[in-house]
Design a protein around this ligand. Structure first.
Ligand code: FES
Length: 171
């Protein structure tokens, strides 16, 4: 795809019909021609849509005048970016060294049992996805998981299950 090949971007078709490109328009306009703004644009797109499907990355590349391969490279390099949809609550389960030593495998087992899905999958109710991640930076609380902005430390398998149940009860 050539850069800035067409201005008629309203014809762009997204596979995921829930992604309304018009919502991204103010962001693209705000950063139009601003050097070094690609990561910010991707962050804001992810805030809007929850994830960054490949056809959205291609659209951003076209609009920002950046090569699609570069946009894909940035989106796959940084762990903060997700290329697949996730549940409403993303559980990041730390598998760093301290958490591993303190029982993160048992926490994962409990989470998997409670959710009934494998890592990366969305629960049938759309509420949860869990991912194993590297050190979350709060090893003194290990084992640790984050759900959204909240950090839960010194977990036991039972406590991890309780946290998930509480969030599920709140919808
Ligand atoms: S190893 Fe889990 S928070 Fe550092």
């Amino acid at each position: 795809m050539s850069n800035k090949c067409c201005k008629n971007h309203t014809d762009w078709q997204m596979k995921d019909a829930a992604i309304d490109l018009a919502r991204l328009e103010p962001v693209l306009e705000q950063y139009d021609g601003v050097q070094g703004s690609l990561i910010t644009i991707l962050q804001k797109a992810q805030e809007l849509y929850g994830y960054l499907p490949v056809d959205l990355l291609a659209y951003i590349a076209m609009r920002a005048g950046v090569k699609p391969a570069k946009v894909l490279g940035v989106a796959t390099f940084y762990t903060q970016f997700r290329l697949n949809p996730v549940g409403k609550n993303l559980i990041m389960l730390c598998q760093g060294t301290a958490c591993h030593v303190n029982g993160s495998a048992a926490i994962e087992e409990a989470i998997r049992e409670e959710l009934g899905v494998e890592e990366g999958a969305i629960t049938p109710d759309g509420l949860f996805t869990y991912n194993n991640v590297a050190c979350l930076g709060c090893c003194s609380l290990s084992p640790v998981m984050m759900i959204g902005e909240d950090t839960y430390g010194t977990l036991t398998p039972e406590r991890a299950k309780e946290i998930v149940r509480r969030i599920r009860a709140d919808g």
